[in-house]
Design a protein around this ligand. Structure first.
Ligand SMILES: Nc1ncnc2c1ncn2[C@@H]1O[C@H](COP(=O)(O)OP(=O)(O)OP(=O)(O)O)[C@@H](O)[C@H]1O
Ligand SMILES: Cc1ncc(CO)c(N)n1
Length: 269
């Protein structure tokens, strides 16, 4: 049996809905062996973020080397990177170990508004990490900040997508989850040549904690399994749609998505 290995470089969410925990659950569900490099520990639950504790640089470097020296991943994703120094370390190791199937989820704030990336790190992200990406997966507010433009219309979204390709990402997916007015959610996928719109029905729910992490982890798992970016984003869309529709309903606030849902549907349960 071939073992496909996927690595997440991200923050820990002790509540299990986002971050490293969401990534590892998604990797497992989609048939990839999951590995993790933890950049920060967060104390959070469905009510909000109660604490953020970055991991020291040497520990991040050492984790990356432990993976790079022995367990070559087939695909890698980044999530919460917190500050410029962590981004520089991650970019240098991605280059050193030639991790080409790199998915960047440019996490900036948690759903409740708590910052997960320092403002001063934006330029470092643009200059050092995005040029290494196979796929970057911003939501609309993140795309507005990184592309430096307001996004209101679909043509704004296309212009922003072009700017990500100019920054050096080979593909970009601008996710539409934050477009609150629409019944349909539209994600835009762009490879520098053609725009592909992926539509899905908006699920009316407050249980969307970790949607972005789960989605980008699903893309990464599929890339690790050797799928094309076009196939990976299709499966990831089905995975997140199922995870949002079949809500777990745990916690008193914005609950996590259901990482079991997609495979349960595949099995016909
Ligand atoms: N209410 C919803 N119904 C259906 N699909 C959704 C909903 N909210 C988000 N999605 C889908 O989930 C994926 C993640 O999108 P979203 O824009 O929520 O990411 P995000 O803001 O980065 O998430 P996070 O806040 O966890 O970082 C996208 O494919 C999006 O279309
Ligand atoms: C650790 C972590 N990463 C990402 C997000 C964004 O959903 C979060 N809430 N927590």
């Amino acid at each position: 049996m071939t073992i496909y290995k996927a690595l997440t470089i991200a923050g820990s969410d002790c509540g299990g809905g986002a971050g490293i925990q969401a990534d590892l659950k998604t990797f497992q569900e989609l048939g990839a062996y999951g590995m993790s490099v933890i950049t920060a520990v967060t104390a959070q639950n469905t009510l909000g973020v109660q604490g953020v504790y970055p991991i020291e640089s040497a520990a991040i470097s050492r984790q990356l080397d432990s993976i790079g020296e022995d367990l070559e991943p087939d695909a890698v994703k980044t999530g919460m990177l917190f500050d410029a120094e962590i981004i520089r370390i991650v970019a240098a190791k991605v280059e050193q170990y030639r991790w080409r199937s790199l998915v960047i989820d440019p996490v900036m704030v948690a759903k409740g508004g708590s910052p997960l990336l320092r403002q001063e790190a934006l330029q470092t992200l643009i200059k050092f990490l995005i040029p290494l990406a196979l796929v970057t997966t911003p939501n609309i507010p993140e795309a507005e900040i990184l592309a430096r433009m307001p996004i209101r219309t679909l043509s704004d979204r296309e212009e922003a997508a072009k700017r990500f390709i100019q920054m050096g990402s080979k593909y970009v997916v601008i996710k539409g989850g934050h477009d609150r007015h629409a019944d349909e959610i539209v994600d835009l996928v762009y490879d520098g040549a053609s725009f592909v719109y992926m539509e899905s029905k908006r699920v009316e729910t407050r249980h969307t904690h970790g949607t972005g992490c789960t989605y980008s982890a699903a893309v990464t798992a599929q890339l690790a399994r050797g799928k094309s970016v076009a196939e990976a984003v299709q499966t990831a869309k089905s995975f997140i749609q199922a995870a949002i529709e079949d809500q777990l309903g745990i916690g008193g606030g914005h609950g996590p998505t259901n990482h079991f849902a997609y495979q349960r549907r595949v099995r016909g349960e």
